[in-house]
Ligand binder design. Structure first.
Ligand SMILES: [Zn+2]
Length: 97
């Protein structure tokens, strides 16, 4: 008996994430609260997308700051992060070439 493997693999689960999807899930991912399938796709996006990779670094830095210096955040990182999130949420992603 034969069955098609392509029917079992849903395209949505293989498609790389978009930047706006990554932004929404990044914090969950870095906190280890994202399910494995989405974590894999998110990690793949971070490798391809330099901008989101940098944002992931920023999140990590903020997390470490929080852990080490309770409540003392690097203001510029936080502002940059918030601006990035709001920009993506509005849908006007900057074009970088
Ligand atoms: Zn991206």
């Amino acid at each position: 008996m034969r069955f098609s493997l392509t029917r079992l693999i849903r395209p949505a689960s293989r498609r790389p994430m978009t930047c706006s999807e990554v932004v929404k899930l990044l914090q969950h991912y870095l906190d280890g609260r994202l399910d494995e399938r989405r974590s894999v796709r998110l990690a793949a996006h971070l490798e391809d997308c330099r901008r989101c990779g940098l944002e992931a670094d920023t999140y990590e830095r903020i997390k470490h700051s929080l852990a080490e210096r309770q409540g003392t955040l690097p203001a510029d990182s936080l502002a940059r992060l918030r601006e990035f999130g709001e920009r993506i949420a509005r849908g006007d992603e900057p074009v970088e070439r």
